[in-house]
Structure formats: C-alpha cells, structure tokens
Design a protein around this ligand. Structure first.
Ligand code: KG4
Ligand code: ZN
Length: 347
C-alpha cells in the first residue's frame, strides 16, 4: 500500500510517500521519498511565525513538493492508496491548506483519507530510523508548541504522563534566544552558542525538578534569564555564551530527570525522544549517559525528521491505515487547531 502524507500545521510544508510493509501492524515499510519547504526565512523578519503568511505559502508549495516526491519515487498518483494529512493541532489557516488539498485530491482520485494528529507523527518518527524502537515505549515530545511525556502502548494508544504547565521547551529556547539577540527560531543557534559557554559560571533555577510529578514549567526559567541579563548589563560574547550554557544545562537537566522518572514509573526499557528540541545535542548526550546507566535504550528520529516534515505524517498514516484506524472517505473535514494527543486514546 502506498500512502501519501501531507504536513502543513505551522511553517513547514512537507510531502512524502511511504510504502507499508507486507505484514499488517509491522512498521517495517519504506519511505520512498519526501520533500520539505521551510518558511523560516520568510518569518524571520517578523521574529516569529505570521499565520496568514504561513497559509499563503503552503498554497504555493504543496503542488511542487508533491510533483517532486512523485518524480523521485518513480510513482504516479494512480499508485497511491490513501492520503494522510495533519488535521491538527496547529495554525488553523495553515492546517486548512494541507487538509483541503489532501481531501480534494483524495476525492478526485476516489481514495480514502487518514486525518492525523501532528504529535502522533512526531511520536512515531523514530520508527523511520534504521534502528527503530519497538512499541511499547515512553516518549518525550519536545517541540515548539508541546512538552509532554507519553506512555505509548500501541498505535493510537497514548497516555499523558506529564506535560508543561506553561511554555513548551522549544518555546523557552526560542524566547531565550531572542533575549540573547539570536534570530528566530533560536533553539539551534542558542545551543551552538551554549557550546562555547562555561559551565557553572551563571546559575539558573531548575523549575519543578523535585515536584514529585512528571510535569514541567519553563516560563520562570525564561524570566530568570531575563533578570540575569539585566543584572549583568551589556553582555560580551563570552557572557552571552555563559548564559546560553546555563539555560541549556537547566532545561536539559529537568528534561532528563523527568524522562528517566517516567521510564521507571512505566517499567518500560525504551525511551523515544521526538520533536524539534530532540535535535539538541546536549540533551542527547545527557540522556544517553543516564539511560546507559539505567539499562534503558534511547531512540531519536534522524536529525532531518526531528522538526516538522511530511515523512512522519506519511508513516503515521501508513500505520493507522494498516491498523484500520481513522480511515474515512474524502470530502468533508474540519481542522482541529487545538487537540490534546491523549484524546486519541482508542480512536
Ligand atoms: O517539532 P518542531 O519542528 O515544531 C513544532 O511542532 O512545534 O520544533 C521546533 C522547535 C523550535 O522551538 C526550535 O527552536 C526547536 O524546536 N529546536 C531546538 C533545536 N533545534 C530545533 N531546540 C533546542 N536545540 C536544538 N538543537
Ligand atoms: Zn511539530
């Protein structure tokens, strides 16, 4: 079965073709081709995503990207068996573009559709790796909009173990980066700057480290950085790097501690890290070290599939399609800009 996946929830347009494996329920299929267009440069001038510009750009990019994945895979639309697309959560206008395109294309081809939860795509993205995890596992989802720990017991069986009470981890990275004068989205740039920072020179709090639950809170950390920057006055390059280092060390310590606690609570031996912040090298170093000591295996998506992409949507669509979940005739649809992942339970 050939599944076409379309992602347009925020500022990346992604299109991909995934071929399911021969055995139902076995993810061992194959990503045939994928293409991505990132709007980051366009939004940089505004210091963040401008929703209306995002929607209009998705309109421009979707068809060329589709042509590209078809050409690269040597397939035609006649070979496609179902179309999966991101139904939510995300920016309403951006979601509408991908959803309307997918539904319209499927209706014209007489194909079924598989509307998907964006975070399910992130959650399952490590299954695209050469060394994939095997369900069940604990997932740490850390993106620009979400920070959650989930118990993953099967396709569509996701239980929320803990989440952020305020800012998402990626959001905290981006806001702190902005404070330090780095361009949007600052996560990756901040972590590069942190590599040159000296450990322990600047001290910052570890919010909710010992709260006894699996929740996070990152907005206070961002405020603590602001206070620190004001205290220090004009920062020189080394001081900026030291502050970046302190921020990254604090956030990584909390993420690692809570993730390991979640693994322990479930008794699972596998931890999956997904979402844009999963690309953070310090987070990977610290998690790998702690997990190795505890006999836990950690799985990450390939770097290119950490941030938004069409491949994870095509994969999640393929797994749902094989499991007979969420398949519906094309034609009518509604996007879901706000949509808790735990609502998928059993759906
Ligand atoms: O998963 P994603 O593409 O978007 C959402 O679905 O939200 O994640 C984007 C987030 C941004 O906040 C970005 O700054 C952050 O991931 N990010 C990073 C790194 N690379 C991307 N944060 C920390 N370190 C990185 N290396
Ligand atoms: Zn995302």
């Amino acid at each position: 079965m050939l599944i076409l996946g379309i992602e347009s929830s925020c500022d990346e347009t992604g299109v991909a073709l995934y071929e399911t494996g021969a055995v139902a329920g076995n993810p061992a299929g194959r990503l045939l081709s994928h293409a991505l267009y990132s709007q980051v440069q366009m939004h940089q001038a505004y210091g963040g995503v401008v929703p209306e510009l995002a929607s209009r750009d998705h309109v421009r990019r979707t068809v060329p990207l589709l042509r590209k994945v078809l050409a690269e895979s040597g397939k035609s639309l006649a070979d496609v068996d179902a179309i999966a697309y991101t139904q939510g959560p995300g920016l309403a206008g951006a979601l509408l573009v991908g959803s309307a395109f997918a539904e319209g294309l499927a209706a014209s081809l007489g194909l079924p559709v598989v509307p998907l939860h964006h975070l399910e795509g992130h959650l399952l993205s490590p299954l695209l790796s050469a060394r994939p995890p095997v369900i069940p596992f604990v997932a740490l989802l850390v993106s620009g909009g979400h920070s959650q720990l989930m118990r993953v017991s099967g396709i569509g069986r996701y239980e929320l173990l803990g989440e952020t009470l305020d800012d998402a981890a990626g959001e905290a990275f981006d806001k702190t980066a902005k404070l330090l004068g780095l361009p949007y989205p600052g996560g990756a740039a901040l972590s590069e700057l942190a590599e040159r920072g000296r450990p322990g020179v600047v001290s910052l709090p570890r919010p909710m480290l010992n709260s006894g639950d699996l929740n996070f809170s990152f907005s206070g950390l961002k405020t603590a950085v602001l206070v620190k920057v004001q205290e220090l006055g004009g920062l020189d390059d080394q001081q900026r790097a030291d502050v970046a280092r302190a921020f990254q060390d604090a956030i990584v310590e909390v993420l690692v501690k809570k993730s390991m606690r979640a693994v322990k609570a479930t008794g699972f031996r596998q931890l999956v890290v997904a979402g844009g912040v999963g690309a953070n090298r310090e987070l990977r170093r610290q998690l790998d070290a702690k997990a190795a000591k505890a006999g836990v295996e950690v799985f990450y998506p390939e770097f290119e599939f950490c941030t938004d992409n069409g491949a994870m949507i095509a994969l999640a669509g393929a797994l749902r399609f094989q499991a007979g979940l969420s398949i519906k005739p094309a034609g009518s649809f509604a996007v879901r800009p706000r949509w808790p992942l735990a609502d998928l339970q059993g759906a």
